[in-house]
Design a protein around this ligand. Structure first.
Ligand code: NAP
Length: 286
């Protein structure tokens, strides 16, 4: 079997197009442009690229974007004060603080300072908690983007064995909640998992979110499984790759996401979706 590639780039463009139309419709109804504020602290080059891409994506769909590029020496107090200012700014529907933050700043404290209805990353415990009790509001972008991809390709989760490798707050854990909400039978693996190959092998759907190139071996994949590779790793030759041994896995899987061009583009598209959703919440509250 050679797997069908899941084209995240194509799906993300479709979503962006839909959002652009919805923003134009809002304007004809006299509603505000949705606004996204992005804060970057420090000069990490990868983070700077992510922030630039988010600004470009905002402009393309007609959002107002507000960039705050702060030096690495910014104190926690200064950052919290900026977040509070944005919390109170009615032109801002979503606030995103690019992670990782410099070590002297408590990232969790910053996340918890963002107003939950402006938490478009979906990392605030309020939003994670709502997902846990099957009442999602703003959902973490990458796991939600994965669910959108599955839906677009007509892949049902209900009743399937789903193995998620990785249990981070931003991917693995919320991904498990998303899969559970669709009534998948979910297993979460991490570094203490005893027999990772066996856990992967009994999965109908595998989500890899580890951050180690090729750590999920192709031969572990069950014939006909769906493989979603969230990992983004840069090799010494400069090329990007995922966590799954792609060339072998694609000969066993029914569907597989490539890296790049799979899950990656969905994260930004979902951030835009969440920002539009936040604007709609704010319309109702106004
Ligand atoms: P993270 O916080 O470092 O978490 C990695 C997880 O993998 C941890 O739960 C860890 O287990 C587990 N793990 C590490 N080595 C393992 C092994 N040998 N066997 C089993 N589990 C193992 O990473 P993250 O932030 O979730 O990111 C994961 C990957 O996704 C990275 O490559 C990142 O760049 C990528 N990512 C992509 C997107 C996107 O837009 N596509 C978005 C976010 C992240 P323990 O908990 O036991 O330590």
């Amino acid at each position: 079997m050679t797997a069908q590639l899941i084209n995240g780039k194509e799906v993300s463009l479709k979503i962006q197009d839909r959002i652009r139309k919805q923003v134009a419709e809002r304007q004809t109804k006299g509603l505000r442009q949705p606004g996204l504020a992005v804060i970057l602290v420090g000069d990490d080059p990868a983070s700077a690229v992510y922030v630039r891409n988010k600004n470009i994506a905002c402009e393309k769909v007609g959002f107002a974007s507000f960039s705050h590029i702060l030096p690495a020496s910014t104190s926690e107090e200064e950052l919290l004060s900026l977040v509070n200012e944005l919390n109170n700014n009615p032109a801002v529907d979503g606030i995103l603080v690019q992670l990782p933050l410099p070590k002297h700043i408590n990232g969790q404290k910053v996340i918890e300072t963002i107003r939950p209805d402006k938490d478009v990353d979906g990392f605030h415990p309020y939003n994670v908690g709502r997902l846990a009790v099957k009442m999602p509001l703003l959902r973490p972008c990458t796991p939600k983007g994965v669910m959108t991809l599955l839906e677009e390709y007509g892949i049902e989760v209900k009743g399937k064995n789903v193995t998620i490798v990785g249990q981070s707050n931003i991917v693995g854990r919320p991904q498990a909640l998303e899969m559970l909400m669709q009534r998948g039978t979910v297993t979460i693996c991490h570094t203490a998992t005893r027999d990772l190959p066996a856990e992967v092998n009994r999965a109908d759907i595998i989500v890899a979110a580890v951050g180690r190139p090729n750590c999920i071996k192709g031969e572990w994949i069950k014939e006909g499984a769906v493989v979603i590779d969230v990992g983004i790793n840069r090799l010494e030759n400069g090329k990007l790759c995922g966590d799954v041994e792609f060339d072998v896995a694609k000969e066993r899987a029914a569907y597989i996401t490539p890296v790049p061009g799979g899950v990656g583009p969905m994260t930004i598209a979902t951030l835009l979706e969440n920002t539009l959703q936040a604007a709609q919440l704010h319309d109702k509250a106004a």
